[in-house]
Design a protein around this ligand. Structure first.
Ligand code: SF4
Length: 367
């Protein structure tokens, strides 16, 4: 989640290892691949995107091969941003060592309450400092007009993606969080291109039609739930089916909304990229996050909040420091904590989660 626009403007084909991590989770290949990275020295307790992706590299097995693609490409340069976590840097440095290519990045402040001008200035300077080494790898000079155009396309993508997510504020909602985890693909890997803009124009039109026709995502929607934390990629389908059976729609999430970068501005590309990528939920303080979730709960009219405590991603698990209890006190809405993981299904109990979700929805019915 960094300034991909800069790379695109320099003519790079941008590849996102985190997206491959999610694919390894969703295809349930991750669980068999993680031990290979563990054997290499990456702890089972760290990011399971990292361990499954490195395991996939070691084994030479990827879901991309099922699409008749050779697998993840070898990079000419790796570019990270620590706004999410340190794991991305360690992850990309592994490939830089393997391929003997440069690894460059931005170190963003974390636990930010108010994003100050000095923080934005710091990240702007760090982003500008990437230009020269990237130009060397690309063998071309940065064209500012092209950068502005790319940031403009990203901005359009963001605005459309936001409209997709906001369609779920309608009752009944025309889309669920589980749909969102798939539909977010272009906002993650194609922002800054016209393809992402075209994709979301079509999707927004379809959702508007569904809203005006009263077509619900969950037939007979009775309850609306907010999902806080990472998806459980290998169980999207099972969880989506269970909530649908219970007539509960997971209408919104912090996760899908994290790819809304409102601060992007083609007129001021570097500063606005710095502001946008330092504003994301994951690098904010708990005070900020609490207010954010409170606003989201009101906007999406949710009955309860589900927190996913994702074992290998403490960076995106927000239920470990009493936040659910504080928010319950404030909002008077029940919460459920699901113990699991984004990719490592050995850390997830399907039986226990099913039972806990059933009990949670019963609780919503009584509230
Ligand atoms: S935020 Fe979590 S899931 Fe994403 S790369 Fe970092 S540790 Fe992994």
């Amino acid at each position: 989640m960094g300034p991909a626009e800069l790379l695109r403007a320099l003519g790079f084909n941008v590849y996102f290892p985190e997206n491959h991590g999610a694919m390894l989770g969703a295809t349930r290949m991750a669980t068999d691949l993680i031990p290979l990275a563990n054997a290499r020295g990456f702890s089972p307790d760290i990011c399971s995107y990292l361990t499954s992706d490195i395991g996939s590299y070691i084994k030479g097995a990827s879901p991309l091969q099922k699409m008749n693609l050779p697998g993840p490409p070898k990079a000419d340069v790796l570019v990270f941003n620590t706004n999410q976590c340190r794991d991305v840097k360690d992850w990309f440095q592994f490939y830089a060592r393997e391929w003997n290519v440069p690894c460059l990045g931005i170190h963003t402040p974390r636990a930010i309450s108010e994003l100050s001008d000095s923080m934005v200035e710091d990240v702007t300077r760090q982003t500008e400092a990437l230009v020269e080494p990237l130009e060397k790898v690309a063998g071309t000079k940065l064209d500012t007009a092209r950068l502005r155009e790319t940031v403009g396309l990203s901005k359009q993508c963001t605005e459309l993606w936001k409209q997709v997510l906001e369609a779920a504020a309608n009752v009944p909602s025309p889309i669920t969080f589980f749909d969102g985890t798939i539909q977010m693909g272009p906002a993650v890997v194609l922002r800054g291109t016209p393809d992402a803009v075209d994709y979301y124009r079509t999707l927004v039109a379809e959702l508007k039609q569904r809203v005006s026709d009263g077509v619900p995502a969950v037939e007979g929607e009775r309850f609306r739930i907010y999902w806080e934390g990472m998806p459980i990629w290998g169980k999207l389908s099972a969880l989506s089916a269970q909530f649908a059976e219970l007539k509960a729609c997971v209408v919104a999430s912090t996760y899908c909304n994290s790819w809304v970068f409102e601060a992007l501005d083609p007129a001021d590309p570097f500063r606005s990229m710095a502001r946008a990528y330092s504003s994301i939920f994951i690098c904010r303080s708990d005070d900020y996050k609490e207010k954010y979730i409170e606003q989201m709960a009101a906007r999406y009219k949710v009955n309860g909040i589900l927190y996913h405590d994702s074992k290998t991603c403490p960076n995106n698990s927000n239920c470990r420091y009493e936040m659910p209890q504080r928010l319950q006190k404030k909002l008077g809405k029940p919460f459920l904590i699901v113990n699991g993981d984004l990719n490592d299904l050995r850390l997830y109990s399907e039986e226990q989660t099913r039972t806990n979700i059933e009990a949670f929805v019963e609780q919503l019915a009584e509230a």
